[in-house]
Design a protein around this ligand. Structure first.
Ligand code: ZN
Length: 447
């Protein structure tokens, strides 16, 4: 372990996450300008930045490879794109914002009148100062996105259209950070690496995943952890196709993203609905953020769609702040470095760390002195001056002593007590140290 590098324990309080939130924001700022797509140089550049923070293994899957009902697409790269006037002025310029180009646009060099160009132009009439984000991954096409205000101001006439891109056989790039634990059972955490200059969607998820993985790398781990950095949809499908034989090791999973905006913490349940990760995550977001929301599964959204497809039905939920499509700046140039703030990244990281802690350290214990309350004061566990109300910590001690029967887990006790798991866990550690708890011996003792 490296002294000075945070551990998971440092991330269990909002205050403890403050510095990490600031670091994550700096990473969002570094990732923001890169033109990412589902394949290509932008993904590799992004993974190289993440790889400076955590150990990453990068995988390249060749174009054309069948992955379930899909196929790994051709690789797309772009150098420049613009719409120019006859006198050589760029009225739409990729160099000003990479959102100006429809992702996966095929190469074009042409001169055409505005009427012919118009079907290739996308804007947001209801948000005329924002550039929309659009893609055409699976149908060959080309197009530009621009502010509606600028579109309305384009005079009739001839325009030069240039898209200096290529679509050719290459590969789909994804990466994993694998952290072995005591058990070969795994917790997977996946996030997207396919969006261009949008700060909340996807850069915030990448940055939070890196901070969490860096802290876990410095922490004792019961489970093994696999952080997966993949392009949306096709990346998850490709990853599942490449790893089908080993998905049985996945004990719990979280899709994370959209973690830097001011919206409340939002947890979306797995398709199972009652997996351990669902219980842990619902408990954490409810105890951390009074505004938090819990959504039931639906087969739309992020990569939970693939992980929870019926042929896999993995115990994978999703943690975001605002959900996809549920904030006004979503998929537009309004999703920028002003929308994302370090304090929200910090709180998201705290939530993710607490979910991981609940999964990794939930356990069942037996009270070794169950007849009446054991005297805590003589063991240094209780306040010395009487008459005051017990503190949260003291309540936690009493709840555990009352409930630890070898069948109820610490998460069960945290739920019943209405107290954060992290408080219950540290109180249990004190009771274990004092000999007032012992581990439940066998699984059969639990039934
Ligand atoms: Zn998106």
């Amino acid at each position: 372990m490296n002294p000075g590098v945070p551990t998971l324990t440092d991330y269990l309080t909002r205050e403890g996450c403050e510095a990490a939130g600031a670091r994550a924001y700096e990473m969002v700022r570094e990732l923001y300008p890169i033109c990412r797509s589902i394949t290509g140089a932008g993904v590799r550049q992004t993974l190289a930045i993440a790889g400076r923070r955590i150990p990453l293994q990068v995988h390249e899957v060749p174009s054309g490879k069948p992955v379930f009902d899909w196929e790994v697409p051709q690789e797309w790269n772009i150098r420049d794109a613009y719409i120019g006037t006859a006198d050589g002025r760029r009225v739409v310029d990729f160099r000003e914002s990479n959102l100006h180009i429809v992702s996966y646009s095929e190469p074009v060099r042409a001169r055409m009148p505005l009427a012919e160009l118009r079907p290739h132009l996308h804007s947001l009439p209801d948000a005329p100062d924002r550039i929309p984000y659009r893609t055409s991954y699976y149908r060959r096409n080309w197009g530009f996105c621009l502010r509606h205000r600028d579109l309305m101001a384009l005079p009739d006439g001839e325009y030069d259209v240039c898209i200096d891109s290529d679509l050719q056989a290459g590969s789909l790039t994804y990466a994993e950070c694998f952290l072995p634990g005591e058990s070969t059972e795994e917790v997977i955490v996946s996030t997207h690496v396919c969006h261009p200059s949008l700060a909340n969607d996807n850069a915030s998820g990448i940055a939070v995943a890196c901070e969490l993985a860096a802290a876990l790398a410095q922490s004792a781990r019961r489970y093994s952890y696999r952080f997966i950095f993949i392009p949306g949809t096709i990346g998850a499908i490709t990853w599942l196709a490449e790893n089908e034989a080993s998905v049985g090791r996945i004990a719990h999973g979280l899709v994370i993203g959209l973690l830097g905006d001011p919206g409340p913490l939002t947890y979306k349940r797995s398709a199972r609905g009652d997996a351990a990760v669902d219980r842990a995550a619902v408990h954490v977001v409810k105890t951390l953020d009074s505004r938090s929301r819990v959504e039931d599964f639906s087969p739309y959204g992020y990569d939970e769609r693939q992980f929870c497809s019926p042929g896999f039905n993995l115990p994978v939920g999703r943690l975001t702040r605002s959900a996809n499509g549920a904030y006004p700046e979503y998929h537009s140039s309004g999703d920028d470095l002003k929308l994302v703030q370090a304090q929200y990244l910090a709180e998201s990281l705290c939530a993710a760390a607490r979910i991981v802690q609940a999964l990794d350290s939930d356990a069942r214990y037996v009270n070794t002195a169950p007849k009446c309350e054991p005297q805590l004061g003589k063991r240094g566990l209780y306040r010395v001056t009487g008459g005051q109300s017990p503190s949260g910590r003291e309540h936690a001690l009493l709840w555990i002593l009352n409930q630890a029967d070898g069948r109820r887990s610490l998460l069960d006790i945290a739920e019943r007590a209405g107290m954060p798991f992290t408080v219950i866990r540290s109180a249990a550690d004190e009771l274990l140290h004092a000999g007032l708890l012992r581990a439940a011996e066998t699984r059969s003792e639990l039934s």
